[in-house]
Design a protein around this ligand. Structure first.
Ligand SMILES: [Zn+2]
Length: 415
């Protein structure tokens, strides 16, 4: 019987002690009998996703948990987001995360999300923006696609492009839209900055009198009269997991960024109806999809975004509820997969503090249950309990070799 593994990543689940929870972390405060069961039967530890004290982005952390050296391979968020949204990013392309936003006549941002414009309206705008033709002499093509609400992705394709350019998005309201500039004074970066500034200008001209915006203004809604760009990136050049470990791997995630990371790692992306990337997601549908995917794969990454969303909103109690739903997923997995042939690893991609609303550099808990693991004395799944476990304190990129060693997929070093 071949051995398999589910890597269950709860985005931003780890936290610091919270005053409103009697100085427990949300994990410690949650009812979590199934997570505890995994800790109790498994081997536990804590992980520094990138390095001790370094607050990781979800993209870099997921790369690390898949065994890649994020410090070396990470090449910007834009390309990963575009790939995860189903937009091709070829070598040489530069991709961006974009927002439909609202600006006043002085180009000051009034609403960075254009009133969280609906998917339908955004798609209509995107369709017209896609028809824009840039000057032929620029020798560049682009793909623009709206994704969820105000969010969109943009890919530039042509020769001599560079991702070393600044954002047009000032990052907050009441500030002026920024001119895109080269960050390294190279000719390619200057050219790319110029192209993006010109394209943004063309976008604005189309958006100004677009029927969707006329309709929005009529109803007192903020018009989506500008596209803000940020996070210029290129596609990272990774060896797929299939090549490194000889495994078939699948990803179950709603968040485009995580899907993008899994795509560059050569994983199959599984779509799940009802998976939204929010606290209202269909938790059990995702767990069910993971069990299903495991039938034809050796490794399934199961990602849930909800705990991170609650943390960024500063909602500790909601985070506790989300974790209790995550515990239900863990219960479903324990029920459906046999721990005699399947490894169940549960972790978070980073700590997100409900007190600060930010990703923090504190380590995250890890528990691995499955055949022949050196079960330790840890009986509960949380930040402080797992710190006493047999895995000790490891780096994010150590996790995949540890799992693959259990699966018999790592190579001997030496004779
Ligand atoms: Zn994350």
């Amino acid at each position: 019987m071949s051995l398999k593994a589910i890597l269950f990543i709860a985005d931003g689940m780890a936290d610091r002690p919270v005053k409103d929870l009697n100085w427990k972390t949300p994990l410690e405060a949650a009812r979590r009998s199934s997570l505890n069961q995994i800790a109790k039967t498994g081997v536990c530890g804590i992980i520094d996703p990138i390095a001790p004290g370094v607050p990781p982005g979800s993209d870099a952390a997921t790369l690390a948990l898949l065994g890649y050296n994020a410090l070396k391979v990470y090449s910007g968020r834009g390309a990963l987001e575009a790939l995860g949204s189903g937009v091709k990013v070829l070598p040489g392309d530069v991709a961006f995360r974009c927002n439909f936003a609202t600006v006043n006549q002085k180009s000051v941002v009034i609403d960075r999300r254009a009133g969280r414009i609906s998917n339908e309206d955004a798609a209509k705008l995107a369709r017209n923006l896609s028809k824009i033709k840039l000057r032929r002499s620029l020798n560049v093509d682009f793909v623009f696609k709206s994704t969820i609400q105000h969010r969109a992705v943009l890919t530039l394709r042509g020769s001599k492009l560079s991702a070393a350019i600044s954002d047009s998005d000032p990052g907050k309201a009441d500030e002026k839209v920024l001119e895109v500039k080269s960050l390294d004074n190279s000719l390619n970066a200057e050219r790319t900055a110029k192209i993006l500034n010109e394209l943004s200008h063309e976008f604005q001209k189309v958006l100004k009198n677009h029927p969707v915006n006329e309709e929005r203004i009529k109803h007192g809604l903020p018009p989506a009269n500008i596209v803000l760009c940020r996070g210029a990136g290129t596609t990272p050049n990774l060896k797929p997991l299939s090549e490194i470990y000889g495994i078939k791997a699948a990803c179950i995630a709603a968040a485009p960024l995580v899907r993008g990371v899994c795509k560059v790692a050569g994983m199959k992306l599984v779509d799940v109806k009802g998976a939204t990337g929010t606290p209202q997601t269909d938790y059990i549908a995702k767990a069910r999809a993971a069990v299903q995917a495991l039938k034809s794969c050796d490794l399934v990454l199961l990602h849930v975004k909800a705990a991170d969303v609650a943390s960024h909103d500063g909602k500790a109690k909601q985070k506790v509820e989300v974790i209790e739903n995550i515990d239900r997923m863990a219960g479903y997995l324990l029920d459906k997969v046999g721990l005699d042939s399947t490894y169940l690893a549960v972790t978070a991609d980073h700590t997100t503090s409900t007190a600060t609303g930010n990703h923090e550099g504190d380590p995250v808990p890890i528990a691995i249950a499955g055949p022949y693991v050196r079960c330790d004395d840890v009986e509960k799944y949380d930040e402080r309990s797992c710190a006493k476990g047999g895995l000790g304190r490891i780096r994010g990129l150590d996790l995949m070799p540890i799992l693959m060693n259990f699966l018999g997929r790592t190579k001997k070093f030496g004779a």
